[in-house]
Design a protein around this ligand. Structure first.
Ligand code: AMP
Length: 413
């Protein structure tokens, strides 16, 4: 089915064509007709599925033209300024053959331009919650004529503690409105928000994989910050791997780890966005051919790469966004192969680990590497009787045993 059959306006179809989109994505196919029909929609989908156009195209179609002097008719809330900016750009692109006005407000920058644009009368406001509340308090914008409200990446807004702000903003919008909510997962707090803010919503679930591949065994290795690299080295020594990707948060970190691993006689390739295209291709080819057994990579560089048959993924740094965890470990356990995913965790990673566990709907076992000379970290308290969250585990034929056997301040017994 093509875009033309979906019932979008001519001007918006022109915009879609100019973007070079040939066919609608699954979420667009299902959500666009619902939004056009005036239904509230819950989109259970991640970034990358085309969800922005899924809500933007029908809303822009229904808006039609700019109405001078009218307060905003569309409010789109986003968890981060990057997403807000990205969604604003997409909306401007889709609406380029209309005279609709789009603006974006987010924190961390001055108020001047945002205030001017809000006051000059935008039809569509894309915003992060905190800054928009500030503008409301200053009387720069009103929300009492909003017809379409979009709560994008609701689970991330929850993780970032924005739900109270979101509620305040929803309360400023008219009760009679259309609401769309997008969230990769629907934890109980989002369920409550849905019941409170939406009217007989229709759920559109898109087959984005939310649980890690069945065949992947995944475990967490808590360790003190100073021992991360030592633990990684010992882990690589103790595991019988064919090929392993080590994920790092930063380019600099990736380079540093690669150097350390090379010194320890591992055949290592590095993949990150500071390397030239040629270097990246050589790294990948070498890894595929088996010349390199370890690929050290950042998320950005590794996204979308199809690297088959990776036996292990090691998260040297815990991913900041739960979706990245799924992307990372999706590289192992592909197509019947079994793989293991190890995550090295330090105390400050706790919020990210909890977010990941909530996202995948399961607790990841915490285990200890047998024979490793651990220093004490408060993380080990997690597993003590009476403390929630601890998880004894056992992996790979009993070679690596789980549970902690620690006394505070002491070494492993
Ligand atoms: P999103 O999930 O909204 O972040 O979109 C992910 C990417 O897919 C963006 O770069 C969009 O421009 C692109 N995209 C969205 N819809 C389509 C489509 N129907 N065909 C091709 N690309 C699309």
């Amino acid at each position: 089915m093509s875009f033309t059959a979906l019932g979008l306006s001519e001007k918006i179809l022109e915009g879609v064509k100019a973007m070079g989109y040939a066919d609608p994505t699954p979420i667009q196919l299902r959500a666009i007709p619902l939004v056009l029909a005036g239904r509230d929609v819950i989109g259970s989908a991640q970034t990358g599925t085309g969800k922005t156009a899924a809500f933007a195209l029908p809303i822009l179609s229904k808006l039609g033209h700019h109405q001078p002097g009218h307060p905003p008719r569309v409010l789109i809330l986003e968890p981060t300024r990057e997403l807000a900016a990205q969604v604003e750009t997409a909306l401007r692109d889709y609406a380029r053959f209309t005279n609709l006005k789009v603006t974006v407000v987010f924190g961390g920058v001055g108020y001047g331009r945002q205030t001017d644009e809000l006051k000059s009368g935008a039809d569509i406001v894309v915003a992060t919650p905190g800054r928009l509340l500030d503008h409301l308090a200053q009387g720069n914008v009103r929300l009492d004529r909003v017809e379409f409200l979009v709560l994008d990446e609701a689970d991330r807004m929850l993780d970032m503690g924005f739900l109270p702000d979101v509620r305040k903003l929803v309360e400023k919008c008219p009760r009679k409105r259309h609401t769309a909510l997008f969230s990769a997962t629907i934890p109980p707090q989002i369920e409550t928000l849905i019941q409170w803010a939406m009217h007989q919503p229709e759920t559109v679930e898109i087959g984005a994989r939310r649980s890690p591949a069945e065949s992947v065994k995944h475990v967490i290795y808590p360790v003190s910050d100073s021992q991360k690299t030592d633990l990684l080295l010992r882990l690589l020594d103790s595991v019988n791997y064919d090929s392993v990707i080590v994920f790092c948060r930063t380019k600099h970190g990736a380079d540093r780890i690669a150097t350390t691993l090379k010194r320890a006689n591992h055949a290592v390739a590095v993949l990150h966005s500071n390397r030239t295209q040629r270097e990246r291709e050589q790294a990948l080819q070498g890894f595929r051919d088996g010349r390199f057994e370890v690929l050290v990579a950042t998320d950005i560089a590794a996204r979308g790469l199809d690297i088959a048959d990776v036996s292990h993924v090691v998260n040297y740094d815990v991913p900041q966004h739960p979706e990245d965890y799924i992307h990372r470990i999706g590289r192992t356990g592909r197509a019947e192969a079994t793989g293991d995913a190890f995550t090295i965790m330090v105390a400050e990673d706790s919020p990210h680990v909890f977010a990941i566990e909530r996202f995948i709907g399961q607790k990841i076992p915490r285990i200890k590497l047998e024979g490793f000379d651990y220093r004490y970290t408060a993380l080990f308290e997690e597993s003590k009787p009476g403390n929630s969250g601890g998880f004894p585990g056992k992996v790979r034929g009993g070679r690596i045993h789980g549970g902690y056997h620690f006394s505070p301040g002491g070494r492993r017994r």
